[in-house]
Write a protein that binds this ligand. Structure first.
Ligand code: PMP
Length: 433
């Protein structure tokens, strides 16, 4: 318990009274967690929980190097990003060094929603056009523009029917449960290209196309081979901009690739990233070409008071230090590959496992009632998560049907910890939930 804290469970009731509802998909009786270290969380009863879901705490909870960097900078200076200081320049240089040469200009913001919102506005400003094409079943944020392109029915059952007129959508390119499965998934790209071509033919060529470069909202489903190359080419053919939402999947988590678009062998014009780059500190970035960034001025004025502040930049740089110096992308590849193999082995023994999606430490375990019909095991997934909590594992569902375990632990996770998770899951699936 934190010092002087004797109000017990009352904090939950007070939370419900004073805060807006934000955690529809969280536990009915959540543990109160006040501490964390590496991939572990500690609740107020002293229970240690394994955090299998926290991609925001990318380098692990309470990393000493990040704490030291943030503390040092707070002692020196924290102010808004309009001032001239070293940390923001150095951090921006280090981010662009991870990207293709043409993506050389950085905007700093405070969250993923702001990053995708700004990315959309950059596309609109640089083309002078209002229309945007987005992939369905996505989540890109809560701000006006990022919400407009978010059509995951898990977040809003009326999502498709209530989009503004400037939003146009293409099928979720899901090779497991989409309209086209397996080999047939190659059809998604030409269909998306046709949507873009038709918009252009009707006199409304889109400002841009936005999607996650690796389908995170569905549990980490790789897009079909060549998908982004074909769709990006189509949007560019008509003068539009390719936007990559890397908020969840970028920054080393996929193990084999630092950025999701690397997996596709395609290069976007605008990259939006957040979550993991701040290691829990509010930090987001949009990286684009100088030409696109300069065009933003034609429509507005960009300034974010605390986006890339001295403290945010110091923390961002420290997070990147840890990812690079501790080899966390490599850890994601090695431990993630081991974890995926173990989950696939579970799949041979438990028919509720439809498939295991993902790469590195962005995996999705999809539960189905029937492997032929793929009927989503939604209620079962929630019950399994609740049972896992009893066994000491934090895990949550994702996807439009909330039937996929979203497995995205801190990138520093040890092999022994993922083994503990698989053993707990095996026990739940064997003994019932
Ligand atoms: N894009 C994607 C793909 C996301 O998953 C999220 C958050 N879940 C966001 C954008 C929005 O990020 P934030 O919550 O930091 O605003």
């Amino acid at each position: 318990t934190s010092e002087g804290d004797d109000d017990g469970d009352d904090v939950l009731a007070r939370r419900h009274r004073v805060l807006a509802e934000v955690q529809e998909h969280y536990y009915d009786t959540p543990p109160r967690i006040e501490r964390g270290f590496r991939e572990w969380l500690v609740d107020v009863d002293g229970r240690v929980l394994l955090d299998m879901v926290n991609n925001v705490a990318s380098v692990g909870h309470a990393h000493p190097h990040v704490i030291a960097a943030g503390t040092r900078q707070m002692h020196l200076l924290n102010t808004n990003s309009r001032f001239h200081y070293r940390a923001i320049t150095e951090y921006a240089e280090r981010i662009t060094a991870t990207l293709p040469d043409e993506l050389d200009t950085v905007f700093f913001v405070n969250s993923g929603s702001e990053a995708t919102d700004l990315a959309i506005r950059l596309a609109m400003a640089s083309t002078g056009r209002p229309d945007v094409v987005a992939m369905r079943e996505a989540y890109h944020g809560w701000t006006y523009a990022s919400d407009a392109v978010s059509t995951s029915i898990a977040d809003n059952p009326n999502a498709l029917a209530t989009r503004p007129a400037w939003v146009h959508t293409v099928d979720a390119a899901n090779s497991f449960r989409g309209r086209h499965r397996g080999e047939q998934a190659a059809l998604y790209a030409p269909e998306a290209v046709a949507v873009i071509d038709e918009l252009a033919a009707s006199g409304r060529p889109p400002a841009g196309f936005i999607c996650e470069t690796f389908f995170g909202n569905a549990g980490g489903v790789a897009l079909p081979d060549g998908y982004l190359q074909q769709v990006y080419a189509a949007v560019r053919r008509h003068g539009g901009v390719a936007i990559a939402d890397e908020v969840q999947v970028g920054f080393g988590r996929l193990g084999h690739w630092f950025w999701g678009f690397h997996q596709q062998g395609a290069v976007p014009d605008v990259v939006a990233v957040a979550k993991s780059i701040g290691g829990g500190h509010p930090l987001g970035a949009v990286i684009t070409t100088r030409a696109i960034a300069d065009r933003y001025r034609t429509q507005g004025y960009f300034f974010s008071s605390t986006g890339g502040s001295p403290v945010s930049s110091a923390i961002g740089a420290a997070v990147l230090d840890v990812i690079q110096n501790e080899g966390l992308q490599e850890n994601a590849r090695v431990v993630g590959t081991h974890l995926k193999a173990r989950l696939e082995e579970l799949g041979q023994r438990h028919p509720i496992i439809g498939t295991v999606h993902g790469s590195g430490l962005y995996l999705g375990l999809e539960f189905v009632r029937d492997r032929e019909t793929l009927e989503p095991a939604t209620e079962e997934t929630e019950a399994i998560c609740t049972r896992l909590l009893e066994l000491g594992v934090i895990m949550q569902p994702t996807g439009d049907f909330q039937n996929v375990l979203k497995i995205k632990p801190p990138l520093c996770i040890a092999e022994a910890s993922v083994d503990a998770f698989v053993d707990a899951l095996d026990r739940v699936l064997t003994t019932g939930w």
